[in-house]
Design a protein around this ligand. Structure first.
Ligand SMILES: [Mn+2]
Length: 486
């Protein structure tokens, strides 16, 4: 009788221990690995969208049966439409980011999104992700600039969403002049430029506004995660910037940032006064391309700095080709824009730009007199200063024909021997040492950080489990020998 009670007690203890450990492990793994953005409640949804009828907006422009889903937007439109206007995505930040604190009095920002014939589902997802994943008091307004899309209805309908205004260009102006128009209309003191096929992640905005509030000359960018153009999977980009080297990572209390010589340019936050003082953008640049170099050189050389904040994450659909046409041709526009950047900012180093792009010689690029005057007025540093102080790792050809690389998201800023800088899709180069981060897929680095904690927890739980298992085995044996002794 006594033995029976002891045995059942032992069984009960054993089972409860097992159950507790299994539940504990499941919770740990779920909380840490599958951390995702929170879905908004239904009543919140109503408040977010006001009178806007998202079902009607999305359903009136669906892909027809048999149509190539990649044709119009260079991404899988069918998959984007299937996802609808919102979804939960994985929180790709380092787990320590979620414990960061911010000033309670952060200033609000105007979000500026320019678009040209964007797919309705991706554009609406961009807007909704901003409304759902930003503290409402930090969003002063969302300014859409419709760069003469074929259907003016997109702009009109989206203006029905609370806080959203839409400006429509009367002719095709390109990203640069559209952004300047949006910035001029902005009423907040901080500007946030966003691409039209993005999804912002948990607490993306606060780290960037915090850094700009502390010092208005900082221009800050998030880590840009990759949204697959085929299946729209949200993939974490590597947090290892500057070729996997972490020496430029600083922390001030809890705020993590990397200084960067160039930003990708699609997504960044900048003080409006500083944006205007630095001469906004070079509005003689057309459509797209090169403006990120011009802005990056100008910010650094004229007294500001560029940062990437690993605790701020925004997903972006990287595409392999431009889905829209350039009125003067893709290559000509890119050459005109980059040539303007080189002529105004690169001093004697522009020879390397021409060495890499001999076709740029003799191509028209318009007058740069006003930009040179701006550079003099702002008393900016030389390009040599920029190379020596901001990007000393970049070996210029006359010193060393070494390979240098800066990576963000799926894009790489590369210099190969005598080639000049260029932002393009990352090429896998097996001859480059792994330490330079080239052969590592972009998604792995970022995941390592965020899953390290969960792996550790799992290992501890497993050890605990085996320890208890063997401990109970020993107890069991002892009990048996004890019962025989009786
Ligand atoms: Mn884009």
């Amino acid at each position: 009788m006594c033995l029976f009670t002891v045995k059942s007690l032992y069984l009960i203890i054993q089972t409860s221990f097992l159950l507790i450990i299994i539940v504990f492990m499941c919770v740990c793994v779920c909380v840490c690995v599958c951390q995702v953005t929170r879905a908004p409640k239904l009543e919140q949804q109503g408040q977010l969208l006001g009178q806007f009828d998202q079902k009607a907006f999305l359903s009136s422009k669906q892909l027809k049966a048999g149509e190539d889903p990649y044709r119009e937007h260079a991404f899988n439109l069918q998959e984007s439409d299937r996802l609808g206007s919102e979804r939960t995505i994985r929180d790709t930040r380092h787990y320590r980011c979620s414990s960061m604190t911010f000033d309670p009095d952060l200033p609000p920002t105007s979000i500026i999104i320019t678009f040209h014939n964007e797919a309705r589902s991706t554009l609406l997802r961009t807007i909704k992700s901003v409304l759902m994943r930003s503290p409402p008091h930090l969003i002063q307004e969302i300014i859409l600039v419709d760069d003469f899309s074929s259907d003016p209805e997109d702009c009109r309908l989206l203006s029905q969403i609370p806080k959203v205004h839409c400006l429509r260009n009367e002719r095709r102006e390109g990203l640069i002049r559209s952004r300047v128009r949006g910035a001029s209309a902005a009423s907040a003191s901080i500007l946030t430029f966003l691409d039209s096929h993005c999804e912002v992640n948990t607490d993306w905005l606060q780290p960037m506004i915090q850094r700009v509030k502390e010092d208005h000359t900082r221009v800050v960018s998030p880590i840009i995660d990759v949204i697959s153009l085929d299946n729209f999977a949200y993939l974490a980009a590597s947090a290892d910037l500057r070729g996997g080297e972490r020496s430029h990572c600083f922390t001030t209390q809890t705020h993590l940032f990397y200084l960067t010589p160039v930003i990708a340019g699609g997504i960044f936050v900048m003080d409006k006064g500083w944006f205007n003082r630095l001469g906004q953008y070079d509005t003689h640049m057309d459509i797209w391309g090169g403006e990120n170099f011009e802005l990056s050189f100008r910010v650094w050389m004229c007294g500001g700095s560029l940062e990437i904040l690993p605790c701020s994450r925004v997903g972006h659909v990287f595409r392999k080709r431009h889905p829209y046409d350039f009125p003067e041709g893709n290559a000509l526009t890119y050459i005109k824009n980059t040539r303007r950047a080189a002529e105004v900012w690169m001093d004697e180093y522009k020879q390397y730009y021409y060495a890499a792009r001999p076709s740029a010689q003799g191509k028209a690029f318009g007058s740069i007199a006003d930009r040179l005057a701006l550079r003099r007025k702002l008393n900016c540093n030389s390009f040599r200063w920029y190379l020596e102080n901001v990007y000393p790792e970049l070996k210029i050809p006359e010193q060393d024909a070494a390979y240098s690389l800066l990576k963000q998201g799926g894009l790489c800023l590369e210099s190969h021997g005598t080639d000049s800088l260029g932002l393009a899709e990352c090429k896998s180069t097996p001859s480059i040492p792994a330490s330079q981060g080239v052969s590592n897929p972009a998604s792995i680095g970022g995941m390592v950080n965020s899953t390290l904690f969960s792996l550790l927890t799992a290992v501890i739980s497993l050890s605990l489990f085996f320890f208890l298992f063997f401990f109970l085995k020993v107890v069991k044996t002892l009990m048996w020998s004890f019962s025989f002794a009786i």
